[in-house]
Design a protein around this ligand. Sequence first.
Ligand code: ATP
Ligand code: MG
Length: 432
Amino acid sequence: MALLIQRPNGTEDVIPKNIYKWHTIEKVAREVAEKYGFKEIRIPTFENTNLFLRSVGETTDVVQKEMYTVIAKESKFTLRPEGTAGAVRLVMQNGLLNEPMPQRLYYILPCFRHERPQAGRLREFHQFGLEMIGSKSPIADAEVISLAKNFIDRLGLKNIALYINSIGCPTCRAKYHEALKDFFEKDKENLCETCLSRLDKNPMRILDCKSTVCSEISSNAPLIIDYLCEDCSDHFEKLKGYLNAMNIEFTVNPKIVRGLDYYTKTVFEFITTDIGAQGTICGGGRYDGLIEQLGGATTPALGFAMGIERLILTMESQGCEFIEPKKCDLYLAPMGENALHRILTIAHGLREEGYWVEYDVVGRSLKAQMKYADKINAFFTMVLGDNELDSNKAMLKNMSTGEQTEITLDENFYYNFSNIAIAGMFRESLEL
Ligand code: ATP
Ligand code: MG
């Protein structure tokens, strides 16, 4: 039978067999973020469209080409293309700017961009991101970068290069924009239509254009790093010093400008060459002007976001280890109604103790139940029939070794099961 309606292009399903990969990333993300004092936030999936126009920027690819916007009644909403705008709105709307600074926040959430789907580039993708709000010091930049690095290391990823750059502040950018305008003016007739319209409004965006002609022209453009004011240049030098002190290897790439308008000063990317063209697994930077732009008091801040699908692709291609999925501890097979009643109590008790317990809910034969237990890879099975009920004793079968251990069905059952289970699992771990 053909499926009448398939999932939309550029979206992915995660089936139970693969969920442990997601759990690994999410678990390590939470652990690492919390170790550095970051707290989790949740924000709505959609926001008022204006939030993204004001923050991400009207001349960016994201806003001009990639947003999913719906008009609902009289309001315009957009599915979040990234997390920073919503996170900053949350901070402002909930009075977090009055709490002790810096605010350290993290999130794990889906984002939506209308892009051309390909390996590592989806229309719905997921980010692990974080924001540190309320410090203008370069030590905050180093702290956020070292967190990202620590997370990448904890996942077991290798060969991930860190590139950093500074894209200055409005002061240095004014001069730089003039230089860029002069530069692009000469090749004006070759620029794509979008970039032509960016020339006056925001020439830096041309540097981020994906069209081959525009990127060709951009390759010789003046570099922002040569236009930094003293404050920005000092900030960048200090950051490099801190990264060196932390033994974090990096390369300065003066061509990184990032695709979102809110960035100032430090920008950075972690890149792998192991998963093809979409190798940026993490992008981040400072956005000292954003909160003011959204109507708040001037508040320096920075953050990063990692693409979870790209992290998983990289881990798979590098053969990194994921946290092993759990398996069923005990499969109970009753023979007859009396045994079934007894099994319901045993299953409940063991589940209260934290064990994964299953029994037949389909009405299968004993043979079919055993086949099922084998398929789900149950650690132990226990068959319970009238004999076992009479003698109050049953056999616990270790499914990987075939070994059988007698167990008494009395008040010590849970304690005895724990001992047998721990011994069995310990032996299995030694054999591995
Ligand atoms: P790219 O240069 O690959 O388009 P970007 O600069 O647009 O990335 P950011 O806005 O910085 O990406 O988002 C942070 C991270 O989110 C990226 O580094 C990437 O890992 C991930 N990401 C961004 N867009 C997508 C997408 N369409 N599909 C999957 N992951 C994505
Ligand atoms: Mg992009």
